[in-house]
Design a protein around this ligand. Structure first.
Ligand SMILES: O=C(O)CCC(=O)C(=O)O
Ligand SMILES: [Fe+2]
Length: 297
């Protein structure tokens, strides 16, 4: 098989980028909070800009097949980001950063935190019953030093690096404690338990965040037995396998779309020159999620 670079890349032409930015300027961001308006805006954008229509279809297909795709030359515009991401499902204004209501969250390496450690492999929204299916990360400004690179690894590759079948079995048990940040005055449980690595017909899926799991295991104490502690250690060791990750620098105007349940992501450390590194992030629920919600209500 020929060597294929991963993730695959698509390029938005300049005229499409300009047309999308123009179209986006006719919408106010608040209008796009509901799925109905998101889909209406997307439909009109597809109708008005045939090249965008094709590009979005290609991106959706690439994301399905390859679990991640980079779209180059994407306009640096929050509304354009929301409209394009709506091709994947419902862009969720909830659980996207500390602000309870933000379609687009700014990931910024600010003056206040100039020396940031590596952000180790994780999946986003790990505390949710149904974590977001997709993430979009649009690079507005990379670190001029070229650090803060994006790191990706697939759940399938991590699973393949775990030799012991009994560990793989144990990782599917819904018993791993994830620490829930404590809301003052609330009596919510302080951990929520989930499987970490699950094998199914659709491939390997993963839910993991080292900060949450480490704190969760501490809080759970003896509740997590020896078998599952040792499976968790095997998973963590597999994540450290040097040959697994794909590392690359997102450049300005590059939009990375990724499957948040079949890939883990992270980034390398950001040094002092990385102040001002800026990504815009969206989180998207897929149709399966909407159906599950409809059944439960
Ligand atoms: O800063 C990055 O490249 C990754 C940020 C991240 O993991 C996230 O926003 O979910
Ligand atoms: Fe993340």
């Amino acid at each position: 098989m020929p060597y294929m670079a991963w993730p695959p890349r698509l390029v938005m032409t300049d005229s499409t980028a300009v047309a999308l930015a123009d179209f986006s300027s006719t919408w106010r961001p608040e209008e796009l909070k509901s799925e109905r308006t998101q889909q209406a805006a997307l439909r009109r954008a597809r109708e008005g800009i045939p090249e965008l229509h094709r590009l979005l279809d290609e991106a959706v297909t690439a994301l399905r097949v390859s679990l991640a795709v980079v779209v180059e030359n994407f306009p640096l515009d929050t509304t354009a980001l929301v409209i394009a991401a709506a091709a994947l499902g419902r862009v969720d204004p909830s659980y996207n950063g500390p602000n309870p209501d933000s379609l687009v969250h700014d990931v910024v390496d600010s003056e206040a935190r100039p020396y940031r450690d590596p952000d180790p492999f994780h999946t986003d929204s790990p505390l949710l019953a149904h974590p977001h299916a997709y993430l979009g990360l649009l690079c507005v400004r990379p670190s001029p030093a070229g650090d803060g690179q994006t790191v990706l690894v697939s759940a399938a590759d991590v699973a393949a690096a775990i030799a012991d079948r009994s560990h793989l079995r144990a990782l599917q048990d819904p018993c791993y404690p994830f620490a829930v940040p404590h809301e003052p005055g609330s009596d919510e449980p302080s951990v929520t338990t989930h499987p970490i690595l699950t094998m199914s017909g659709g491939g390997a899926t993963v839910r993991y965040c080292p900060v949450r799991v480490t704190a969760g295991v501490e809080r759970a104490g003896q509740a997590l037995d020896e078998e599952h502690v040792s499976a968790l250690r095997a998973f963590e060791r597999a994540l450290e396998s040097q040959h697994l990750p794909t590392v690359f620098l997102l450049r300005a105007g590059e939009l990375l779309l990724l499957d948040n349940r079949r890939l883990l992501h992270g980034r390398t450390d950001v040094g002092p020159e990385g102040v001002g590194r800026h990504l815009m992030r969206v989180k998207v629920h897929d149709r399966e999620y909407e159906k599950a919600m409809a059944r439960n209500s």
